[in-house]
Design a protein around this ligand. Structure first.
Ligand SMILES: O=C(O)CCC(=O)C(=O)O
Length: 284
């Protein structure tokens, strides 16, 4: 295994709560990046297509069907950093792979993550976004607006256009001044944390380099899914609240159990995601 410097976690929580994000945080060695990227690309090359297109599994709840996604969600350096922000008890509500192919026009409009997740305005959700490739302005890095997490959830409009990567093509109904945006440039194996109400977006890939990020959604178990059935995996500490049905993540790729669970979890999440949409079509 190659060596890496100790994660500079000093002051991480202070930076996170001040700005709504913290990066770069080194979490994976070069060998680990090769391992996780290799596992993803192996699944892409050999997906057996048992029920749904691979993208449906990659873009929502990948940790129930792909072992590498489950392993990444439990990686001690990732979970340690998230714990600095959210505390000792953590559940994982989702793992999503955001890959942008070379020269791909796909983009993510300005949005706040928790808008359609049916968890109110909670401060107790953090996304850990882990780079499995280099991530630059040229290949479509995310952009954050520092301090924007201090807004509550602002109005969003649905713009489900062809190249939008979010579930409803949702976008904030607020003009963002690009001068206020911080580009989230990362080396492979580095991570960015962002708050669920952070204004963020990402552009198209104008380069010849594939851009790969894995977004892991961590919650404190006290988050309230407003009475709906929701699933999660317990990744650290204990759950004293019982708001989420705790399930097991994948121990092998595409097991029958994992595929069933993925169907149930994703159907349950779509109830919240579709709420209020005039014509809900799920974009992945
Ligand atoms: O990977 C991207 O470009 C966007 C990811 C994103 O919006 C998120 O993780 O919340």
């Amino acid at each position: 295994m190659t060596m890496m410097s100790a994660a500079p976690n000093n002051g991480l929580a202070e930076r996170y709560w001040r700005d709504g994000f913290a990066f770069p945080i080194p979490v994976l060695t070069a060998d680990e990046v090769s391992h996780f990227r290799g596992a993803l690309e192996d699944a892409e090359a050999h997906h057996p297509k048992p029920r749904k297109p691979l993208n449906d599994y990659l873009r929502a709840n990948a940790h129930y069907v792909l072992k590498f996604a489950e392993d990444l969600s439990r990686h001690p350096r990732i979970v340690d950093a998230v714990s600095k922000v959210l505390g000792p008890d953590l559940i994982c509500w989702g793992v999503e792979v955001f890959a942008k192919e070379p020269r791909s026009p796909r983009y993510v409009g300005w949005h706040q993550d928790i808008t359609y997740w049916g968890m109110g305005h909670t401060d107790h959700e953090v996304t850990a976004w882990i780079a499995l490739s280099e991530v630059t302005e040229a290949n479509g890095c995310m952009r954050y607006v520092a301090g924007s997490h201090r807004n509550m959830i602002v109005d969003h409009v649905d713009r489900p256009v062809d190249n939008a990567m979010l579930s409803r093509g949702q976008e904030i109904a607020v003009d963002i001044d690009e001068k206020d945006a911080t580009p989230v440039i990362l080396e492979p194996g580095e991570m960015a944390l962002h708050h669920g109400r952070m204004f963020h977006a990402s552009g198209r890939n104008r380069s010849d380099v594939r851009r790969i990020g894995v977004a892991i959604r961590y919650l404190r178990p006290d988050v309230d899914p407003e009475g709906r059935l929701e699933f999660a995996t317990l990744v650290r500490g204990s759950d004293h609240f019982g708001n989420f049905r705790l399930a097991a993540g994948a121990t092998e790729d595409f097991s029958e159990h994992g595929l069933d669970l993925h169907d149930r979890v994703t159907e349950a999440q779509e109830v919240a995601l579709a709420a209020g949409a005039e014509d809900f079509t799920y974009t992945r």
